[in-house]
Design a protein around this ligand. Structure first.
Ligand code: ATP
Length: 301
């Protein structure tokens, strides 16, 4: 029996600027994405027409939906409908990426399912065709296809390459439980009620650090407009960030809509020091290390 396996990375936002909500309710963003070396794996096997199933191992087994609400299933169904495929797919996901952690776990599974089912069904869809479907599935899905370091605009679904050099070492601290992206955006709107909100823009300081490939310049240039809102919803995260600062992180911030905390470190020894301190602090559920940028969706078999 044919099985196709695709690996996709987690995403982080090195910079995330959020504008006022649009008429359709979405917030326009200007973001710099980076794909990091934490991967989920999606396997696709043949199934009869109209049958789409999913099973899951690893992170989030108790919380991720195992029906049509799963983003990977939605991706497979959308691809089948678009290309009028007379087959279904049996998907299995192995998750390393925390669920609802601000790391685009669901989006990256959707990107993987698009690439896996395209190969399973022998469609030969172009990257542009897949990117168009990805944008319908979610704001972060197109970036999860391409990976690397890239600019995201619109609601994040319009992805373009940036001139970026260097490789960066990250330590990630997972909190207990997740934060729903919609709740964090709603909190941001509440915090901004009495202010005029400017259109989103990418920071020149961040771009210049990336052009130089300089981790020491990148650290202080990291920013996230969702951070205050995430901290309002989960005040304890401030202590995790403060611990990273105490241990000399070059930069630290909440990942996307949180609650994962992200620390940029100077190298291997520094990563180990910080990871040990965070583990011993009792402030987080678990710690992972990763580097970036890495490529997006990749067919393994
Ligand atoms: P983002 O950063 O893209 O906003 P996130 O990383 O914070 O998202 P996800 O891990 O994508 O969060 O999970 C968000 C929601 O999507 C959860 O409530 C989860 O149950 C649901 N979901 C649907 N499909 C998946 C999937 N394949 N993997 C993980 N979560 C999924």
């Amino acid at each position: 029996m044919t099985t196709v396996t695709v690996r996709t990375p987690a995403k982080i936002n090195l910079g995330l600027s959020v504008g006022p909500p649009r008429a359709d309710g979405y917030h326009p963003v200007a973001t710099v994405y980076q794909a990091i070396s934490l991967y989920d794996e999606v396997k696709a096997r043949p199934a009869p027409e109209g049958v789409f199933t999913i099973s899951l191992t690893g992170e989030g087994r108790d919380v991720v939906p195992l029906d049509d609400a799963n983003l990977a299933v939605q991706a497979a169904m959308l691809l089948a409908k678009t290309f009028e495929v007379p087959d279904g797919a049996a998907l299995s996901v192995h998750k390393t990426i925390a669920v609802a952690g601000g790391l685009a776990g669901g989006s990256t599974n959707a990107a993987a399912a698009l690439v896996a089912c395209d190969a399973l069904w022998g469609l030969g869809a172009s990257r542009d065709e897949l990117a168009g479907l990805a944008a319908q599935l979610g704001s972060d899905v197109p970036f999860c296809l391409t990976g690397g370091t890239a600019l995201g605009s619109g609601r994040g679904e319009t992805v373009s390459r940036v001139l970026a050099r260097g490789s960066y070492e990250w330590v990630l601290a997972y909190a207990e439980g997740g934060l729903e992206t919609t709740d964090v955006y709603a909190e941001l709107d509440r915090l901004r009620e009495d202010f005029v909100v400017e259109p989103p823009e990418v920071s020149e300081e961040l771009m210049s650090a990336l052009r130089a490939g300089d981790a020491y310049a990148l650290g202080p240039a990291l920013y996230n407009d969702l951070q205050d809102a995430a901290l309002r919803l989960r005040p304890a995260l401030a202590r995790t960030l403060a611990l990273g600062e105490e241990y000399g992180a070059l930069g630290f911030l909440i990942a996307g809509s949180g609650p994962t905390c992200l620390f940029l470190v100077a190298g291997e020894d520094h990563a180990v020091d910080l990871a040990v301190a965070l583990s011993g602090s009792g402030l987080c559920r678990s710690i992972q290390r990763a580097s970036g940028p890495v490529p997006g969706a990749r067919l393994i078999t």
